[in-house]
Each structure stands twice: as structure tokens, then as C-alpha cells.
Design a protein around this ligand. Sequence first.
Ligand code: E4P
Length: 217
Amino acid sequence: MKFFADTADTAEIADLAATGLLDGVTTNPSLIAKSGRDFMEVTKEICGLTDGPVSAEVVALDHETMMKEAEVLRRIADNVCIKVPLTIDGLKTCRALTGEGTMVNVTLCFSANQALLAAKAGATYVSPFLGRHDDNGFDGLSLIEDIRLIYDNYLFETQILAASIRHPVHVLECARIGADVGTMPPKVIKALANHVLTDKGIEGFMADWAKTGQSIL
Ligand code: E4P
């Protein structure tokens, strides 16, 4: 399972990249607004921090303008992945862009049928929004399960990018189901390393090591 950082905060991305745990980045208009930075400038900087795909989202709603925006965005760097909404115009744009060899992430997926359409449009990634599903009383994990089943039934190559991941249990369940990628805030990726028994074990080993009076260096 690949881990993408769901943020436009370049300091957080650089910090995570240094751990070797970062496989790519996803941004959206809300994250760009939160960063307070120029879209083009911050996206270019992010693309330089990872070799993996960096999702940059179009903001037009019609196919023609989406294509024009995608043309601008894909010139930023080779690892830009164009993010389009799961609408008929977004799917049309997806088909056109993937036909030209551009990576596409079809975002805002909330049903298995939508994911089926994204795969048929040749999407590189489909992004089911797990947390937002749960927030609205739906079962986000069942959605990921259904998409996995459907994609496996037809051997679709579209990768399931579990998005809107909120906590480590979401990550665990997505890994069990077989989501190809999880995108989440960097703090969630780091939280995966936490365990109370690891902390307790370190504390015990440190205390016993101090008793030996030795040093390794
Ligand atoms: C994915 O690409 C989205 O940017 C993201 O995961 C949305 O997450 P949120 O529901 O926490 O805003």
C-alpha cells in the first residue's frame, strides 16, 4: 500500500519525504487555500519534494475549460497527476488526458458505480472519500470493499486511492481490503508508528542500558 500525504504544507511534506515513507502527494482547492500560497508556485515546490505523483485539481466544471487548465497544470512537472471531479465532464476529461499519457486522479467518488465509471474512463486513480462517507452516516469501508471487488472482477488497472482517511484504523482496514494507496494528513502516517508497548519497551531498555554504564559510540 502506498502512502500519499494529503496536504499542501511543504514543510510537512519535506519532513515526511525525509523518512522515506512518502510515495506521493494529493492536494485540493481547500488545501491550497489553507496553505495561503500561490497554486502554481506551491504545486511546483511539492513536485520537487517527491518523485511520486502529485495531484493538482482543476477547478473548471466543463470539459473544454478542464482541458485548458490541465494543460497548464501538467506543464508544472512530469509527476503532476491531474485531479478531476467525478462528473460526466470530469470523466470525459479523464479519458482525453489518459489517452495522451497524463496521469489522472478522479476525485470525490462516493459510490461503487461512480468508481466503475472512473475505471471505464481509464483513470489512473479513483479517490473514494472514506472519512466524509463516515461523517454522513454511510459506511466508507464498504465502499472501498465494493470497488476492490468490482475492479478485481474486471481486472481494471485503475488504482484505488482511499482518500479522506482520518485515523490509523482507517489505514489498517484499507490495507486489509487491498486499497492500492491511502492519502492522509502526515500526522496520520506518523501515528502509525505509535504503540504504547513500543514506548514502554524503549523505556525499559534505556533504563537497563544505563545500569551497564556502557556506550556504543
Ligand atoms: C483527497 O484527495 C482529498 O484531498 C482528501 O482526502 C479530502 O479529505 P478531507 O475529507 O479530510 O477533506
